[in-house]
Design a protein around this ligand. Structure first.
Ligand SMILES: O=C(O)c1ccccc1N[C@@H]1O[C@H](COP(=O)(O)O)[C@@H](O)[C@H]1O
Length: 209
């Protein structure tokens, strides 16, 4: 088994460097104003300069206007778009860029429907449901709801940390895991030790399989 790791919500150069040095496969930058982890295009431009080849740069959006995504793409070399709101598959596919869609899970049927609706995605991300927030809640959900049959790569998110990611990967066997709050010392400020502990746990569980 091999599970890739995305570290999301980076706002500081030192955190980008730490995530890369610890072996992250992908780094996420939040282009969603209300998030405490939001970055401006100017900040993101500076941050992505420290991302080397073969580490993916992911842009996270929540119900953006088409123009907003295009403006970001003009200036930031995003490898992947991550849509975390109520975007349709047609909207997600407008940009000629590979994309993943997040689903905030309330039932198993909802995940199955999302696999069908977003079949042209590069992956489906499953996250905890929250009535008020679109993601980054730090909450996990019932992993038993995740179907074993997966027409798309499944990315597990929601309340992951070095304390539970071994169990999560062992049980769910996702294509990748995505974490934000579980590797922070405060919102938007990553904890270098937590990042390396998290990635070490993912690599450890992958070796045991
Ligand atoms: O990180 C945010 O602030 C955020 C805001 C709006 C939508 C998604 C957001 N982050 C993503 O949410 C999941 C779970 O995060 P956490 O590990 O529970 O903090 C993850 O995919 C983040 O990329």
């Amino acid at each position: 088994m091999n599970a890739r790791v995305k570290i999301c919500g980076l706002t500081r150069v030192e955190d980008v460097k730490a995530a890369v040095a610890s072996g992250a496969d992908a780094l996420g930058f939040v282009f969603y104003g209300p998030s405490p982890r939001a970055v401006t295009v100017e900040q993101a431009e500076l941050l992505v300069r420290h991302v080397p080849a073969f580490v993916s740069v992911v842009g996270l959006f929540v119900n953006p206007l088409e123009e907003q995504v295009r403006e970001v793409l003009e200036r930031i070399p995003l490898d992947l778009l991550q849509f975390h709101g109520d975007e349709t598959a047609d909207f997600c596919g407008l940009f000629g860029r590979r994309w993943i869609k997040a689903v905030r899970v309330q039932s198993a049927g909802q995940i199955e429907r999302a696999f069908a609706e977003y079949h042209s995605a590069a992956g489906l991300l499953v996250d905890a449901w929250d009535p008020q927030r679109y993601g980054g809640t730090g909450h996990s959900f019932n992993w038993d709801l995740i179907p074993l049959e997966r027409p798309l790569p499944l990315i597990l998110a929601g309340g992951l940390s070095s304390d539970n990611v071994f169990r999560a990967v062992e049980q769910v066997k996702p294509w990748a895991v995505d974490v934000s709050g579980g590797v922070e010392e405060s919102k938007g400020v990553k904890d270098i030790e937590k990042i390396s502990d998290f990635i070490r746990e993912v690599h450890r569980v992958c070796k045991t399989d």
